[in-house]
Design a binder for this molecule. Structure first.
Ligand code: PRX
Length: 632
């Protein structure tokens, strides 16, 4: 598969940023920083944690009882104290924390650290008024607006566990997450705005809570003041009414370092999505440290991570990491190609963005529409570029580096996962960058590429990417399913298996090739084949379905579905549309197959397991490999 990336291991091409990048960075020399970590791993994380404020210090940096770790044992903290109070009580008091932009120029809001703290405290008091207590789950299903971040931080303030659901998910995905966490309160908005259209969210929530008995209250942010949606008072409450008359102060709940901070669902290879649980202390230290050292955030930076807080990137690098560092963050409810493909470049120029973190799928879309769009804007404020979510192929790297960074800005292609909570591999600022390769484990992380027995593979040979030591922001468990958590550490004894295939070069640079399991990464988002299949099968016309990922130049992968119809149902374009619509409603637009093929049978093992690998090989004209278990 390495050929897909046009990289031959022996034809190394490196880009070396100017020496000043490294000299002026927090991280400095990579090798020195990495060796310092290896010499004293606990001491390394101990000093990172000491840069933050704790209500009570730890007795021990980590306690490792394979496969469960505890970090900053017995320490007490509140992450919002470090995201907000620490700055609001310092010279950063009136520094801008959030700059929000909607789709049009006149939709803008700016909050300083002092103002954000007040908003969070007021909303936290509002949640307490609704009876939300420490440990309760609160589901946040909102567009990217300041209130979305306020809601997350308000939960953390009082020790409630937030579970943010991406606003593009449909009814059944939302219902599953509300039921899975037994959420007491759901926070939503009337609309999200996309490409000039108002997309209703409240209706989706109304349907999603029908079979979710845990829900006691729904909080609604009404954005359309002219035609306010109706509030049904027996269950619903207006966002602003909830904050009326509450105090501007709310003491931060002292949390144990191991108390859960949030649950975020990610697609699983089989069955239902997994509720990844992150803990307060370790997550705080991991995201604080990486935002500072991987993005090199300084006080003068204008930081923009384009990810929606509905994904882990938005949690770690759109909200918590940058606020922990007292950064000024841009957040937007914009679409990169609306109204023109220059939206992002326009925003970078207008806000003077210095650090820009985005996804390969967006970069490839920009590449396709041409450099005349970015070239109309002054992008000279940029100093660091970041990429995440899927492999950044060399052509896209080159384009990002030259056309956007003008050959001046280091690119940090960061590899990590919902489960890891923080960035794990990259090429740190100032080190030579090798297009197609993410780079090396960052200081704080021990990773390698190994075979099935856990033995490191020689350079140039593909293997599995593994993490060999626990790290502070690792997931602690899977909500209500610790057995499933243990599997991550079982496949290769002693190691956390990331389920990604990778290859290492002679210098230790790692190229991530793709998933080794049944996940399809579409435009940087993980979609489980099982989820799409069960959405299809839930349609009354479908008897069976199998889904595969097909390589796609823009999105990385697209979804193709093979469908067996129930007796008496006729294939046709109308039914294809119905099925597409059905997937849109149940899972959301991101999971829609771009192709649906009606078939009479599916390749299966004798035990009845669908062999997607065989379908994929047929589809792509490749060798299907071992088919000895295939049923006749
Ligand atoms: O396959 C890898 C890919 O995205 C997966 C994790 O997806 P998720 O949990 O949704 O988190 C995405 C954002 C952190 C990984 O197992 N992936 C992530 N970053 C990269 C990547 N593949 C290649 N290069 C990356 N930089």
């Amino acid at each position: 598969m390495a050929e897909n990336f046009n990289v031959r291991l022996n034809e190394a091409k490196y880009y070396t940023p100017e020496a000043s990048c490294r000299e002026q960075s927090w991280i400095g020399d990579y090798n020195r920083a990495y060796q310092a970590f290896l010499a004293d791993p606990d001491g390394f994380w101990d000093s990172a944690a000491r840069e933050l404020e704790w209500f009570q210090p730890w007795d021990q940096v980590r306690e490792w009882e394979y496969p469960h770790a505890r970090w900053f044992v017995n320490a007490k903290l509140n992450i919002t104290y470090n995201c907000l109070d620490r700055h609001a009580h310092s010279q950063r008091r009136n520094k801008v924390a959030l700059m929000w932009r909607g789709e049009t120029e006149d939709e803008e809001r700016i909050l300083t650290y002092r103002q954000l703290l007040q908003e969070v405290c007021r909303f936290a008091n509002g949640l307490s008024r609704l009876g939300v207590r420490k440990g309760d789950r609160v589901c946040i299903y909102m567009p990217v607006v300041p209130e979305q971040i306020v809601a997350m931080l308000a939960c953390a303030r009082i020790g409630a566990i937030h579970t943010v659901v991406f606003g593009g998910f449909g009814v059944s995905a939302l219902n599953q997450r509300i039921r899975g966490t037994a959420a007491k309160v759901v926070i939503t908005a009337d609309f999200t705005y996309r490409r000039g259209k108002a997309i209703p969210l409240k209706n989706i929530v109304e349907e999603a809570v029908v079979k979710a008995p845990s829900v006691e209250r729904i909080v609604i942010l009404r954005r359309d003041a002219e035609k306010p949606v109706e509030i049904h008072p027996e269950m619903e409450v207006d966002y602003h009414d909830l904050m009326n008359g509450v105090g501007r102060e709310c003491p931060p709940e002292p949390m144990d370092a191991e108390d859960p901070l949030f649950i975020l669902y990610t697609s699983g290879t089989t069955g239902s999505p997994k509720g990844i649980v992150h803990a307060c202390g370790g997550y705080m230290v991991g995201t604080y440290y990486t935002t500072k050292h991987i993005f090199d955030v300084k006080d003068s930076d204008i930081y923009w991570c384009t990810a929606d807080p509905g994904w882990i990137t938005g949690h770690s690098y759109g909200v918590y990491g940058p606020l922990l560092n007292g950064a000024t963050c841009l957040i937007t409810e914009t679409t990169p190609d609306y109204p023109t493909p220059a939206t992002n470049w326009d925003l970078i120029e207008e806000y003077g963005v210095t650090i820009f973190y985005t996804a390969p799928t967006a970069i490839r879309m920009f590449m396709r529409v041409g450099e005349e769009w970015p070239n109309r804007y002054n992008l000279s404020s940029l100093r660091i570029l970041g990429s995440v979510g899927e492999p950044l192929n060399p052509e896209a790297f080159e384009w990002f580096y030259q056309t956007i960074g003008k050959g001046r800005c280091p690119i940090v292609d960061t590899w990590w996962q919902t489960e890891t909570g923080m960035q794990m591999l990259t090429t740190t600022i100032g080190e030579p960058m090798r297009p197609g390769f993410v780079g090396k484990p960052i200081p704080g992380v021990v990773a390698d590429v190994v075979d099935k027995t856990g033995k490191p593979v020689p350079p140039g040979t593909g293997g599995l990417l593994v993490i060999k030591e626990p790290w502070p922001s690792m997931m602690r468990t899977i909500w209500n399913d610790d057995e499933r958590y243990c599997k991550y550490w079982d496949t290769i004894p002693g190691c956390y298996t990331a389920a990604d295939l990778a290859v290492k070069d002679e210098d230790g640079y790692i190229m991530v090739i793709g998933r080794s399991d049944d996940l399809i990464v579409v435009a940087g988002h993980n979609i489980g084949t099982a989820e799409v299949e069960s959405a299809l099968v839930s349609h009354e016309a479908v008897a069976e379905a199998a889904v595969i990922g097909k390589p796609d130049a823009l999105k990385g992968n697209t979804i193709k579905a093979f469908v067996i119809l129930r007796d008496g149902r006729q294939p046709g374009d109308k039914l294809k549309n119905d099925l597409t619509y059905h997937v849109r409603l149940t899972l959301g637009p991101i999971a829609i197959p771009s192709e649906i093929e009606f078939v009479r049978s599916l390749p299966k093992t004798r035990s009845g397991k669908i062999m997607r690998r065989v379908l994929k090989a047929q589809e792509l004209g490749m060798d299907p490999g071992d088919i000895s278990t295939l049923e006749e």
